[in-house]
Design a protein around this ligand. Sequence first.
Ligand SMILES: [Zn+2]
Length: 277
Amino acid sequence: MLSFLCPICGEKLKKNDFSYKCRNGHSFDISRKGYVNLLTTNGRNPQKAGDNKEMIRARSYFLDSGAYLPLAEMTGRLLGELCPKEGADIIDAGCGEGYYTCVYAKMLRGADIYGIDISKHGIDHAASRARNCEPKLSNVHLAVGSAFRLPFKSGVADAVVSTFAPVSNDEYSRVLRRGGKLVIVSPAPKHLFSLKALLYDKPYENEPNIYALGKFEHTDTKFLEYTAHIADSKTLKALFAMTPYYYKTSAKAASRLDSVNGLDIECAFEIRIYTAL
Ligand SMILES: [Zn+2]
């Protein structure tokens, strides 16, 4: 199991009942829900870092519909194949509200899953989610922190998984052991095309994702495509709120969603697997 590092001095943090402490006396409270905030302020307001409450709530509402469960399960299976050893340490970088984190933890009982996100609202939600899982999850470890400055020692992790989150060549290669795996989940060109067709007069496909990952070897790419039925406009609007189109769409176009009762959406994902050099 990995130790979190002190964000101030970089020493190992020791877990007590109510806090994490380093040997230099820096102390970080464990929240009532069981996570720790390791985000140092550096002049910014940590309350405002990352996704806000509404975004987290919308995403969680949508994900609870189960529309992306096939993706979570496929990624979980892949992680299990890539990290077969007992006690594997898997970092879910940019884990958001923890939906995927908890699916991985349920599927991979022998592994430890570390969910890190810069959004306190996200981690708070993830902690509730983990606590409400039945049977109990004891292998989820959550901290508020930056995916670009992960609170772990170098060369310790067996895998880093990043789902619709920013990707860091330097930081992910730093925390992974040599031969460790980086799994990047991103939307494929056709993803959500019918939603865009509803919103735009001229819908377009997503641009292919390009990653500059010089410290990794690209070992494999998997694709997952299926159709999910969104049954009601509330779920559809929650989906809309978590996409980049939300910010690019006029109110008039967005109001077209009001009259939609159900919609079949194309789910198209790309799962890329890289090996740390
Ligand atoms: Zn310290």
